[in-house]
Design a protein around this ligand. Structure first.
Ligand code: NAI
Length: 334
């Protein structure tokens, strides 16, 4: 099948091209992200391969449908950037990679927790500068600390497994109870109790209408004073302005982000020679107790290989049968 790959990075081209040797699709790589402005570029492609910050709203889907697109193959798990109901209306089928390596994101979550706690990002610079003082680098033992996991699906479970090894007490909040997490000693509690008891709160639920700004000015007041908040799910689960206010008072002690509400204008690009216009993001960067990575939780060799394989297999299945495996439908919106 002839597929336009939107928003291609060098590593996408490499991993998709290697695995495509087994599938034989015609892949055409575009650096441009899919937006309302760039949509006409993708005319004539029955299939598009998209990523987290491609814009797949009603207006874009309408253009794509008129241009002949029949399949969108998301090379990611989340689909919050897609108007699923509009895609159905325009007859465009959607497939995704529901699980490619939950351990990649879970291990990155731990990297954020450990770095913020033991301040290795600051120690690295200090030692390189010949400054061997320890003032300001004081950490705490994870053993015995209480960690609240919001969303105990694949990634939440992998995080629970690692934290269990650290000797943490585990609390969870999810509509579905995961027996593997319970077997590790994780106790399901209501959100308010999770906020009140946790030293660290880590978010692993999808972004949807229920979870948009789940962490806001009110919920931040319910957390322990000086708690750590980690978000590797989707940026808009957190109200960034409320979090900045809580960091300024010290109510929030540490913040680790791999995702950001307005990341579409920033992440996956080299903006090092430009003046960044997003003042909220720039304010976040000024805090010594904030650590931000640019949506790299998924970024391991194992995950890239699995993403490429499942994406190309999804496309082959549609091409051969007209049916979809790993389809995103309205049923997943509930
Ligand atoms: P999953 O579908 O296995 O687990 C999600 C869990 O969240 C489910 O158990 C579900 O019941 C729960 N959930 C849904 N609504 C909730 C709510 N309102 N409150 C609490 N829990 C709720 O998904 P998986 O694979 O664990 O991924 C989780 C999220 O991680 C994805 O939706 C995606 O946004 C994000 N992600 C981030 C990546 C990164 O590179 N930073 C890479 C991959 C995923």
């Amino acid at each position: 099948m002839k597929i336009a790959v939107c928003g291609t990075q060098p590593y996408d081209r490499e991993s998709l091209s290697i695995i495509n040797a087994d599938f034989g699709h015609e892949l055409v790589f575009f650096e441009e992200r899919l937006t309302l402005q760039s949509a006409p570029l993708f005319a004539g492609y029955a299939g598009l391969c998209c990523f987290v910050n491609d814009i797949l709203d009603e207006a874009v889907l309408q253009i794509l449908a008129a241009q002949g697109t029949r399949l969108i193959a998301l090379r990611c798990a989340g689909f919050n950037n897609v108007d699923v109901l509009a895609a159905e209306r325009y007859g465009i089928r959607l497939v995704r990679v529901p699980a490619y390596s939950p351990h990649s994101v879970a291990e990155h979550t731990l990297a954020l927790i450990l770095t913020l706690n033991r301040k290795t990002h600051r120690a690295y610079n200090r030692v390189r500068d010949g400054n061997f003082t320890l003032q300001g680098l004081l950490g705490f033992e994870l053993r015995g600390r209480t960690v609240g996991i919001i969303g105990t699906g694949r990634i939440g479970q992998a995080v629970a497994e690692i934290l269990h090894g650290f000797g943490c007490q585990l609390l969870g909040y999810d509509m579905l109870q995961n027996e593997a997490c319970q077997a590790l000693g994780l106790n399901y509690v209501e959100l308010d109790e999770l906020y009140q008891r946790s030293d660290i709160v880590t978010i692993h639920c999808p972004l949807n209408e229920q979870t948009h700004h789940l962490i806001n000015a009110l919920t931040l007041t319910k957390m322990k004073h000086g708690a750590m908040l980690i978000n590797t799910s989707r940026g808009a689960v957190i109200d960034t302005c409320a979090v900045i206010a809580a960091l300024k008072t010290g109510q929030l002690g540490y913040l680790g982000l791999d995702v950001y509400e307005q990341e579409g204008d920033l992440f996956f690009q080299d903006l090092s020679s430009r003046v960044i216009q997003d003042d909220t993001f720039e304010r976040l960067l000024t805090f010594p107790n904030v650590l931000i990575t640019g949506h790299q939780g998924f970024f391991t060799t194992e995950a890239l290989r699995n993403i490429a394989h499942t994406t190309l297999a999804n496309i082959s299945h549609f091409e051969k049968t007209g049916e979809c495996q790993n389809e995103v439908t309205r049923a997943l919106l509930r």
